[in-house]
Ligand binder design. Structure first.
Ligand code: 5RP
Length: 213
């Protein structure tokens, strides 16, 4: 299946997020909506709840990057209508396993956010613990270029069985680098919502995806 295009809404109010999605029907150009970490910090679980009310059938991610207390935080986010919620790679394995069980209960999914230190042995434990998605992430603060070493790590994660999403300062011209890999989604924030014409940029991402997959 072709990779999906996900918009990450790292803005500071639900109104701003809704305005971005509705401007020239940008929402119709993307496959997945993400209530970003910044939006969740500003508005809490109301953000996915309101997005779910407005877009009842769209796939919805709540990117909280949960580190602990996953039963409580995860419950709030799934209950608000999220299909996928994120747990940070640094979380204890116990947290990851509880997250996997919670997702199963809701018939939804957990994504592990790969920041900082992790290895393939740990990734295999996550997979065994019921987590089937990871997000291969270039952090916003580090702002690195994509390299062959990233591609090799992504291949390894796909080899374990994960659905792999890719994110971090992506631009349409970056997409071809991932050609032929089974990528679940490309997650894009600023390149879309800071663009003069977000619809045009979303279409450019889609064209790059069509050309490479
Ligand atoms: C930051 C995130 C962002 O939502 C994601 O990386 C997309 O943002 P951008 O395309 O603006 O880098 O999770 O931690």
């Amino acid at each position: 299946m072709k990779p999906k295009l996900q918009i990450a809404l790292d803005v500071v109010s639900i109104k701003e997020a809704q305005d971005i999605l509705s401007l020239n029907n940008l929402v119709d150009e993307v496959d997945i909506i993400e209530a970003g970490t910044v939006l969740l910090a500003a508005e809490g679980a109301s953000a996915p709840r309101r997005l779910r009310e407005t877009y009842p059938t769209k796939m919805l991610v709540a990117d909280f990057k949960i580190a602990d207390a996953v039963n409580t935080i995860g419950w709030m986010l799934f209950d608000a209508g999220a299909n996928l919620i994120t747990v940070i790679a640094a979380a204890d394995l116990a947290t990851v396993k509880i997250a996997g069980q919670l997702a199963k209960k809701y018939n939804q999914h957990i994504q592990i956010e790969l920041y900082g230190r992790w290895d393939f042995d740990l990734a295999k434990e996550w997979f065994k613990g019921g987590v089937d998605h990871v997000i291969y992430h270039h952090s916003r603060d580090a702002s690195q270029a994509w390299t062959v070493s990233d591609i090799e790590k992504i291949k390894g994660l796909i080899g374990i069985g994960f659905h792999v999403s890719v994110t971090g300062g992506l631009k349409p011209e970056d997409i071809e680098m991932f050609r032929g890999l089974e990528i679940f989604s490309f997650i894009v924030g600023r390149s879309l919502y800071e663009a003069k014409d977000p619809v045009e940029v979303a279409r450019a991402f889609k064209q790059s995806i069509d050309a490479s997959f």
